[in-house]
Write a protein that binds this ligand. Structure first.
Ligand SMILES: Nc1ncnc2c1ncn2[C@@H]1O[C@H](COP(=O)(O)OP(=O)(O)OP(=O)(O)O)[C@@H](O)[C@H]1O
Ligand SMILES: [Mg+2]
Length: 268
């Protein structure tokens, strides 16, 4: 028996996505455990199933795609078997996600303040005024300049980097127990990347947040993450402590991936 049960346990997850030949598994037997306060990195080349894994954990696979097997257990509750109502409750304050593409996650017709505020109105029953005040606080926290005046602006009025921060603010709103960040920094310039990563470290230090970080950046993995999962074609190739895998990868694919990523970093 382990000393503490994992906060999140994913077992034998199988997710079908549509292809030109019909449905085919994009994720095929993925599993991992996430202990409280741990930061887990998910690595793997483009198309290996990292985002689909994260979306399945969040219960956000869009039809015709579907989860066809496995279990996702959050604090002992099987999310795949849970009612929509229970899943909605878990989303936000239990599990929150920063999406790879902020435009797909933000609603273009509502101001960012309204969208962040809605989290507080729906989940915490705050008044509009109080919700807006909390939204400004959060925008401030993710270092959006002039937050009090920008809170009424719409997603398209923000730059890519600022939109990403808005999304992070929204994900942080209810202080989720687990934050899933899907390549939160790839589209950003180096300075903003560093600030966003600082923010995530702050979150971890302050509230002991548990984080899944999907990234291609080995430097970030080495600096920020405890354990890692290496994926290839929808399967886990290797998993274990980052310090160990980065130094002595056992799997041939992991070895290749680390070599090519290091090469990219060196030539960047
Ligand atoms: N909505 C979707 N409909 C159909 N196929 C999808 C969908 N989303 C993902 N896929 C397919 O599932 C597989 C895994 O995709 P996924 O987006 O999880 O990769 P990834 O590891 O996140 O890649 P990247 O590093 O480029 O973000 C790919 O073959 C992709 O084409
Ligand atoms: Mg992805």
């Amino acid at each position: 028996m382990t000393a503490t049960a994992p906060v999140l346990a994913v077992r034998d997850l199988v997710v079908d996505c549509s292809t030109t030949d019909g449905l085919a598994p994009a994720v095929n037997g993925v599993g991992f455990d996430l202990a409280g306060g741990e930061t887990l990195a998910i690595l793997g080349e483009s198309g290996s199933g990292k985002s689909v894994t994260a979306q399945a954990v969040m219960g956000l696979i869009e039809p015709p795609g579907r989860v066809v097997g496995g279990a996702v257990s959050f604090n002992g509750v099987d999310l795949l078997a849970a009612s929509d109502e229970d899943r909605r409750r878990v989303r936000g304050s239990g599990l929150a996600m920063v999406f790879q593409d902020p435009l797909s996650a933000l609603n273009p017709v509502w101001s960012v303040g309204f969208q962040i505020g809605e989290m507080f109105r729906v989940h915490r029953g705050l008044s509009r005024k109080e919700a807006r005040r909390r939204a400004v606080e959060l925008l401030d926290r993710v270092r959006i300049p002039a937050a009090a005046s920008r809170v009424g602006e719409y997603p398209h009025q923000f730059s890519g980097g600022m939109r990403q921060r808005v999304m992070i603010a929204m994900a942080l709103a209810l202080e989720p127990e687990v934050l899933i960040a899907d390549e939160p920094t790839t589209a950003l310039d180096v300075t903003i990347q560093a600030q966003i990563l600082d923010l995530m470290r702050e979150l971890k230090a302050g509230s002991g947040a548990t984080i899944i970080l999907i990234t291609h950046d080995l430097g970030v993995v080495a600096e920020t993450c405890d354990d890692m999962v290496v994926m290839y074609r929808g399967k886990v190739r290797e998993t274990g402590p980052c310090a160990q895998i980065l130094r002595h990868p056992k799997d041939r694919y992991t070895q290749q991936l680390l070599r090519s990523s290091r090469f990219e970093e060196l030539s960047a």
